[in-house]
Design a protein around this ligand. Structure first.
Ligand SMILES: O=P(O)(O)OC[C@H]1O[C@H](OP(=O)(O)OP(=O)(O)O)[C@H](O)[C@@H]1O
Ligand SMILES: Nc1ncnc2[nH]cnc12
Length: 328
């Protein structure tokens, strides 16, 4: 059934404790018919590198399950620090229907993609990752906080919305070339997933996608979205324009650039992984509307302008995305 409401009730929070409008709200956007439409269109003629990677799970975006999931997640203001709107998935876990719906959505999306590794990020990725791994016949690899794993590890330091941390993975848990799905509950700045991606790519994993239940807005990554939001602001990151150029002809071009997709269920955008950095494309359906795109020559400012890139560089993905480095 199509969702038409624009805001749904947030359970378990007193009215005074509810977040301000414009604060993070995965469920708000999920419940919006407009954004649901985006998403439908977004994936209707787009996918990833080959037909087996097509997003069967995406049909579920108009499913009632989405609203059940979203309404089961509560937001606690000022936790763990003042100013943080904490998205608490434990209330979803109390609701077996919503929890199962969430897991099912992931399973539907990933079951036929020949994924052999589900990497879950401690701690909340450990909740969603294992049932998905079991259902799709993959092994589960924990990406842990420091000094928790007993064997030889590789480590990555990363920064968070409210601090910094180190992530570790057992050496030998993932072999080079293994098709890997990274699971977490939530993407805020993207730092955690970026660390997971870096670790996995260091051992040669082939990251198919990263997927989260919740995407937060208005954080560091969201600034990147704005920068890249060519559909509305006409402010385009040149390297993304480069990517679009190759995607424009359809998904068959996708393997020619070394990005991976990251999807949060809320997403009207994808987050792309490029050489261990996250970058985003908002409202991906725009990507296919070449007429609406600004010509690269009109891109006013970016750390690396399209003009400076050779075709070879673009094809090899041999460039940095400014919006994921110093600018946001
Ligand atoms: O996109 P980011 O800004 O990196 O933030 C997202 C991460 O933050 C939270 O974990 P946290 O580090 O709080 O650990 P926890 O799951 O152990 O509580 C969340 O579960 C994600 O892993
Ligand atoms: N606002 C938030 N809510 C829950 N988990 C988070 N991890 C990082 N930011 C978070």
């Amino acid at each position: 059934m199509r969702r038409t409401i624009t805001c749904i009730k947030q359970p378990s929070i007193s009215p005074s404790a509810r977040p301000e409008t414009g604060a993070v709200c995965f469920y708000r956007s999920l419940a919006s018919g407009v954004r649901t439409d985006f998403r439908k269109k977004q994936f209707s003629n787009t996918a990833v590198s080959n037909s087996s990677d097509r997003n069967q799970g995406d049909v579920t975006v108009e499913d009632d399950r989405i609203s059940r999931i979203s309404s089961s997640i509560r937001v606690i203001p000022d936790f763990p620090k003042p100013g943080i709107m904490f998205h608490d998935i434990t209330t979803m876990l109390l609701n077996p229907v919503a929890f199962k719906d969430t897991i099912d959505l992931f399973i539907e999306r990933y079951k036929d993609k020949n994924i052999s590794v589900v990497a879950g990020v401690e701690a909340r990725g450990f909740i969603f990752g294992p049932p998905i791994a079991l259902a799709i016949g993959a092994k589960f690899v924990p990406m842990r906080k420091p000094s928790k794993l007993p064997g030889a590890v590789i480590s990555e330091e990363y920064s968070l919305e409210y601090g910094s941390d180190i992530m570790e993975m057992h050496v030998g848990a993932v072999e080079a070339g293994e098709r890997t799905l990274v699971i977490d509950d939530l993407i805020a700045t993207g730092g955690t997933l970026e660390a997971a991606i870096k670790l996995l790519e260091r051992v040669g994993a082939n990251i198919v996608e990263c997927a989260c239940v919740i995407e937060l807005r208005n954080l560091k990554l969201r600034k990147c979205y704005k920068e890249l939001d060519y559909g509305h602001k006409r402010k385009v990151n040149a390297s993304i324009m480069g990517d679009m150029r190759y995607w424009k002809g359809g998904v068959n071009n996708f393997p020619r650039v070394p990005e991976r997709m990251l999807l949060s269920w809320d997403a009207a955008q994808l987050v792309l992984v490029h050489h261990g950095k996250l970058t985003t494309l908002r409202e991906r359906h725009d990507m296919h509307d070449a007429d609406e795109m600004e010509h690269p020559s009109k891109v006013q400012k970016s750390a690396l302008s399209l003009k400076e890139m050779t075709n070879k560089q673009l094809l090899q993905g041999n460039y940095q995305c400014s919006s994921t480095t110093n600018n946001c």
